[in-house]
Design a protein. Structure first.
Length: 406
């Protein structure tokens, strides 16, 4: 359990026994080469630092900042958008995220084909009030282009103390606009009920006695919040349940496993594969918190931890998946604590669904397709697509309820 809590789902030496001698020789050679490269690297940094301290035109050189820059550059050289160095402020922000609160503008973002894209604005937060939409591209932050900008750098630039301003250049449907936002202190309730749905959809859910929960992200509080929401709806006599994971960009692996455990009775929830090809499995242990008919709603921004949950329920046939093919982030980052309150998020494994499906850069295909791609769509189109998907989810769930009863 403690190991899992250090893993973020946002996102590989094989030994041949029959050739042990040759393999050992090869490894020894590579080890010597690696050690020599490390020694040269350390010497490079030592000599460069000494030269800068002795010759740089400004006498007051911020040495910790230089080392942070070196660490950042080293991880960026891996060319992995999910492996990144977390300076103390960014690491603190990450820990706040896990607990469900932070200071910023209230958007979930990710990199898609080298573009910084809005996964989802948080209801009522500054970005939502200013009209930012799922699928918007952020092309500049305070006038600095986001081209070739890492995800962590973008997050650090957008965030800041409550009450301060940040300017985002947004591209939507070929048109660009600059939006100035005032940062705020934001607390996230990661699980929501049907209160924010359109009145007609709420009416249909009540008439058919269907439950609805939307999971925005997977943080430390998500399993407990889900338990409370589910208990309330089960007491109300629901006959089926819609779990809405649309635009859920992921979160903590441990949280996603615990939530999946509420719906999977027995068996594997997720397989984790390290760089040696060794597999470990996370098993269902708790039993189902809800065992009635379930529909899981997804879209192309359902990513990472939410894909773990979707894959688990789909492979176990515990739910029908409705919507669009998901994002396809099938890698896991481990948070490595560093001196000086810094850390690194390093991609250390990939995950497979219970049936062994590798979804990285592929996504999960729904059982029932509903909707359209969201990028570049107007507010009216976004609302139309969301409603269309909800209506299809209700239709599919009603059929499952009838089939269960017959």
């Amino acid at each position: 359990m403690e190991r899992r809590q250090r893993l973020v789902a946002s996102g590989l030496l094989v030994f041949v026994v029959a050739a042990a001698f040759l393999a050992g020789y090869g490894y020894g050679q590579r080890g010597a080469i690696a050690a020599d490269a490390q020694a040269q690297g350390f010497a490079l940094l030592r000599d460069l630092l000494g030269y800068v301290q002795s010759n740089y035109v400004e006498r007051n050189v911020n040495v910790p900042r230089l080392f942070h820059g070196a660490a950042k550059g080293m991880l960026e050289a891996l060319d992995d958008p999910y492996t990144r160095f977390l300076e103390p402020r960014a690491y603190q922000a990450f820990r706040e995220d896990a607990k469900g609160f932070f200071s910023g503008v209230g958007i979930f973002i990710d990199l898609k084909e080298s573009h910084l894209i809005v996964i989802s604005p948080i209801e009522g937060a500054p970005a939502h009030r200013a009209g930012l939409k799922t699928g918007d591209w952020i092309t500049a932050i305070n006038g600095t282009t986001t081209k070739d900008m890492s995800l962590q750098e973008a997050v650090s630039r957008i965030r800041g103390p409550a009450g301060t301003q940040v300017r985002l250049t947004i591209q939507r449907g070929g048109q660009s606009q600059v939006v100035e936002l005032t940062r705020a202190r934001i607390q996230i309730t990661s699980v929501q009920g049907s209160d924010l749905l359109e009145d007609d959809l709420k009416r249909q859910l009540r008439q058919e006695r269907l439950g609805y929960v939307r999971i925005l992200m997977f943080n430390e509080n998500t399993p407990t919040e889900l338990d409370r929401m589910l208990a309330s709806q089960v007491r109300g006599g629901i006959r089926g349940l819609i779990v809405d994971l649309r635009s859920n960009g992921g979160g903590l692996l441990d949280s996603a496993i615990k939530v999946s455990d509420r719906f999977v009775d027995t068996g594997v929830i997720v397989q984790v594969v390290d760089r040696s090809g060794r597999r470990s499995v996370e098993m269902a242990t708790r039993g189902t918190g809800y065992s009635g008919p379930i529909v899981v709603l997804v879209n192309e921004f359902t990513a990472s931890a939410s894909e773990i949950m979707t894959g688990a329920l789909q492979d176990h046939k515990a739910a029908t998946v409705v919507g669009m093919t998901t994002f396809g982030k099938g890698v896991i980052q481990t948070i490595f604590h560093l001196p000086g309150d810094a850390a690194a998020a390093v991609t250390t494994a990939k995950y497979l669904t219970p049936n062994g499906r590798d979804i990285n850069k592929r996504g999960l295909a729904p059982d029932v397709t509903a909707g359209e791609k969201l990028e570049g769509k107007s507010e009216a189109d976004l609302n139309r697509i969301r409603t269309q998907q909800m209506l299809k989810a209700i239709e599919v769930l009603k059929a499952r309820v009838v089939k269960r009863a017959s």
